[in-house]
Design a protein. Structure first.
Length: 150
């Protein structure tokens, strides 16, 4: 029996990667649907679906970081500071809006200015940490690629 018969060629590996990527995206969207269904339709307390939500969020955060590092295609020299700031503001805006809607409409929490400001501080901090970590991983990935080229 030929040992090469079990080693996929480049075309087969590309097909495999496309299938894995598609299945990953479907799985993440399915987990989002499951968490949303349990939270909003079934009205389950967060203790019953927090594990799924945390697994999903950590998975997405790690995958984004891994893509930035492994691709190495994002050079910080080419990124404009304005684009980073706009991206950060967009990230914070989406997170803040989602959080306020979740608490106000779905959990029935009374939203006052102090609560909104505390929530905004947390979102600013977490978003900032994520952006900094992703920028650092993109930098390391780019340096890795430049080192390979030399």
């Amino acid at each position: 029996m030929n040992k090469k018969s079990f080693k996929p060629d480049e075309r087969e590996m590309n097909v495999f990667r496309k299938i894995c990527t598609t299945m990953y995206i479907i799985t993440i969207y399915a987990l989002m649907g499951i968490v949303s269904y349990r939270q909003f339709v079934l009205g389950q307390p967060h203790q019953q679906w927090d594990d799924i939500a945390m697994l999903m969020i950590i998975n997405v955060i790690v995958v984004i970081g891994a893509l930035l590092y492994a691709s190495g295609s994002i050079s910080l020299k080419k990124i404009k500071l304005r684009n980073l700031i706009v991206g950060y503001i967009g990230f914070v805006t989406i997170g803040f809006t989602f959080t306020l809607i979740k608490y106000a409409f779905f959990d029935g929490t009374h939203i006052d200015l102090a609560f909104a400001l505390d929530t905004l501080k947390i979102i600013l901090l977490v978003s900032g940490i994520l952006i900094l970590v992703w920028i650092f991983l993109a930098y390391l990935g780019n340096k890795k690629i430049e080192k390979r080229i030399k």
